[in-house]
Design a protein around this ligand. Structure first.
Ligand code: FS2
Ligand code: SF4
Length: 551
C-alpha cells in the first residue's frame, strides 16, 4: 500500500505516505491497492475514449462513468474492496466495447499507450491485489526525482478532485464534451508516468483551469435545479421528533429525501457539506428541513452515535461507523461505500424512512441557535456595488476568504483564531466544511448592515467567490490580486487540491494554505510554488493577519 493523498497521511523519517496494512483514514492496504489498479484501468479507458473521439465516437455514459469511478478513490469515500473491483471490471468492459466500436469503423485502430490493453487478472481479490503491485503510485519512486513524483501526485490528486466535481455536475445533468475530452487527455497522459517537470507543472495548472469549467457547470446545475441561494437562517439545535440526517454534497439526494418524507412527520437535518442546502429556494421550501446537526466530518463518530435516527452519506466524508456503533443505521449512496453498510443504488429512501419511524427521535427541542447561510453567486454579485461603496467610504477595509476542508489536527484551531481576529471593519467569506471551525460564532454586521460572515456554500462554491472577485476587479478596473482580498485556505483532501490549482491557474497570488503542506510536495516544489505564485504556509494568525492587512 502507498497512499499520500490527504493531509492526515503518515509522515515518517523513512518516507511519507500511508504504507502499512491500513491508512490513517482506516482504508485497508487491500482497498488502497485495488484503487491503484482501478486508476490504471481508468487510464486505459480514457486512452480509448480519446481514440474513439478521433473516429467521431463519443459515449457520454462512458465519460460519466470514468469520472464517477475515479471519485470512489478520493479520501473518505469508498472503503469497500468489492465495489472497487466492480468499478475496475466495468472500466475494462467499457474499454473493450470502445476498442470494438473503433475497429468497426477502422479495423487497424490501435494505441501504443502502455496501458491500452491492460487486462485485469480475473475477478478474485487476491489475484487483483497482486496485480495492483505493478501500479503502485511509488513503484518507480527510486528512479525519479522527488519533484517528479510530487508533481505527478499533484496532477493525480487534482484530477481526482475535478472528477468528483464532474460527477456532482453530471448528477444534475451537466456535462461538456470539450471538458470530457480534456479530462481523458490528462488521464491518459498521467498513465504514461510522465517525467518532464515543465510539462507536469503546466498540466497541473491545466487541470486547475479545466476544473474552473467544471465548477461553472456544477454551479449551473445546482442553481437551475434548486434556484439561486439567498440568505437564510438555519437552526443548529435539535427539535423534538423523529429524524433523518443527510450528509455529503448531493443536493439531488436531499431533494428526493424531502419529497419522500413530506407529510410523514419526520424531520430532516443536514450535516457537513449539506448545510448550504438551506439557502436554495427549492429545498428550503420544505418545512420539515428543520436544521443542521453536528460539525465537521471528523466529529461524526461521536455525533452520529448520538443522533436518534438513520444517517445517509451521499458523498465524502465517511469514516468508520463501527466505532460509534451506528453501522446498522447509516446508508451509503452513489460512490460512497463501507463494507457491511447498506448501500442504496437509487433514490428510493423507503428503508431509511421506515427505520426513522421505528426510532425514538429527539425527545425535546433545544433552545434555537440560528446561523445564516446562502450567500451564493447571485447574492454576492448583487451585493458587489454595495461592497465597492463600503470600500470607498472606508467602512470595509479587507475581505478574507477563509475556507476549505476541516480535519482533526490541533493546528486547525488556527482557522478559528484567525476568523476571531479579523478586525471589525473586515468581512469573512467562507465555504467548504472548514467553516465549522467558526460558523457558530457571532460576527455581527458592518455599518450599513452587511453581515461580517458570509457563508458562500460547499467547497465547490469557491466558484461563486471567484466570480465575485472577478466582478469586483472588473468594476474597479484592476486585477484580482489588487483587491483588498486575502485567501486563507485549509486543505484535507483532493477537492481542495484542485480548487487550489484552479486559483493558481486563474493567476490568484499570495494564497495562504494550511494547516500543513501536502506531504507529496517537497521543499523544492513548495519553493517553486512560492516563487511563481506567492503561495505560502501559515505562521500565526496574528502574523498572517498583519501581513495580509499590510498588502
Ligand atoms: Fe469537507 Fe470532506 Fe467538500 Fe471535502 S466534507 S473535507 O470532502 O469536499 O470538504
Ligand atoms: Fe492515508 Fe489519506 Fe490515503 Fe487514507 S486517504 S490512506 S489517510 S493518505
Amino acid at each position: 500500500m502507498y497512499c499520500i493523498q490527504c493531509e492526515q497521511t503518515m509522515k515518517t523519517p523513512v518516507g511519507n505516505g500511508c504504507s502499512y496494512s491500513q491508512g490513517m483514514c482506516g482504508k485497508t492496504a487491500e482497498t488502497s491497492d485495488l484503487q491503484d489498479l482501478l486508476i490504471a484501468a481508468l487510464y486505459s479507458l480514457s486512452t480509448w475514449a480519446i481514440k474513439a473521439r478521433e473516429l467521431a465516437i463519443i459515449d457520454n455514459e462512458i465519460d460519466a462513468f470514468t469520472a464517477q469511478a475515479f471519485f470512489s478513490t478520493l479520501t473518505n469515500v469508498n472503503f469497500d474492496s468489492k465495489r472497487i473491483v466492480e468499478y475496475a471490471q466495468q472500466a475494462q468492459t467499457y474499454r473493450d466495447q470502445l476498442i470494438q466500436r473503433c475497429r468497426a469503423v477502422n479495423p487497424s485502430t490501435d494505441s501504443d499507450h502502455p496501458l491500452a490493453h491492460l487486462k485485469l487478472n480475473g475477478s478474485e481479490i487476491a489475484a487483483l491485489t497482486a496485480q495492483a503491485e505493478d501500479f503502485a503510485l511509488n513503484k518507480d519512486i527510486n528512479e525519479i526525482s522527488e519533484e517528479v513524483h510530487g508533481l505527478r501526485m499533484l496532477c493525480l490528486y487534482g484530477l481526482k478532485g475535478a472528477a468528483a466535481y464532474m460527477e456532482h455536475a453530471h448528477v444534475l445533468g451537466q456535462f461538456d464534451n470539450q471538458i470530457y475530452l480534456e479530462f481523458h487527455q490528462y488521464m491518459s497522459w498521467l498513465g504514461t508516468n510522465p517525467t518532464d517537470i515543465d510539462t507536469l507543472l503546466k498540466n497541473s495548472l491545466g487541470i486547475g483551469m479545466m476544473n474552473f469549467g467544471v465548477m461553472g457547470l456544477l454551479d449551473k446545475g445546482e442553481t437551475a435545479a434548486f434556484g439561486n441561494p439567498t440568505p437564510s437562517s438555519v437552526n443548529v439545535k435539535p427539535i423534538a421528533g423523529k429524524c433523518i440526517l443527510i450528509s455529503g454534497h448531493d443536493l439531488k439526494d436531499l431533494k428526493a429525501l424531502l419529497e419522500q418524507t413530506e407529510g410523514t412527520g419526520i424531520n430532516v437535518y443536514t450535516h457537513g457539506e449539506m448545510l448550504p442546502a438551506h439557502g436554495y429556494p427549492e429545498l428550503k421550501k420544505y418545512s420539515h428541513l428543520v436544521g443542521n446537526y453536528g460539525g465537521g466530518w471528523q466529529n461524526q463518530q461521536r455525533e452520529f452515535a448520538k443522533f436518534p435516527g438513520p444517517v445517509i452519506m451521499t458523498s465524502n466524508c465517511i469514516i468508520d461507523p463501527n466505532v460509534g456503533n451506528y453501522a446498522d443505521r447509516i446508508y451509503t449512496r452513489s460512490i460512497v461505500g463501507w463494507p457491511g453498510v447498506k448501500h442504496l443504488d437509487d433514490r428510493d429512501f423507503s428503508q431509511v424512512i421506515e427505520q426513522a419511524q421505528q426510532m425514538a427521535g429527539f425527545p425535546y427541542s433545544e433552545i434555537e441557535h440560528n446561523i445564516t447561510v446562502g450567500f451564493g453567486r447571485q447574492t454576492l454579485l448583487d451585493a458587489s456595488d454595495a461592497v465597492i461603496n463600503l470600500v470607498a467610504e472606508k467602512k470595509l477595509r479587507h475581505v478574507f476568504l477563509v475556507g476549505g476542508c476541516d480535519g482533526s489536527v490541533g493546528e486547525r484551531s488556527y482557522y478559528t483564531e484567525f476568523a476571531r481576529s479579523v478586525p471589525e471593519d473586515c468581512v469573512v467569506l467562507t465555504l467548504g466544511c472548514g467553516k465549522y471551525r467558526f460558523n457558530k460564532l457571532e460576527f455581527g454586521t458592518l455599518e450599513g448592515g452587511l453581515p461580517r460572515l458570509l457563508d458562500v456554500g460547499q467547497c465547490n462554491d469557491a466558484y461563486s467567490a471567484i466570480m465575485l472577485a472577478v466582478n469586483l476587479a472588473e468594476k474597479l478596473g484592476c486585477g484580482v490580486n489588487d483587491l483588498p482580498l486575502t485567501l486563507v485556505l485549509s486543505w484535507f483532501e483532493q477537492k481542495a487540491i484542485v480548487i487550489l490549482l484552479t486559483l493558481l491557474a486563474l493567476g490568484v497570488k499570495d494564497i495562504y494554505t494550511g494547516p500543513t503542506a501536502p506531504a507529496f510536495l517537497n521543499n523544492n516544489l513548495l519553493a517553486i510554488l512560492n516563487e511563481k505564485f506567492g503561495l505560502r504556509g501559515l505562521t500565526t494568525p496574528q502574523q498572517d493577519m498583519q501581513q495580509a492587512l499590510a498588502r
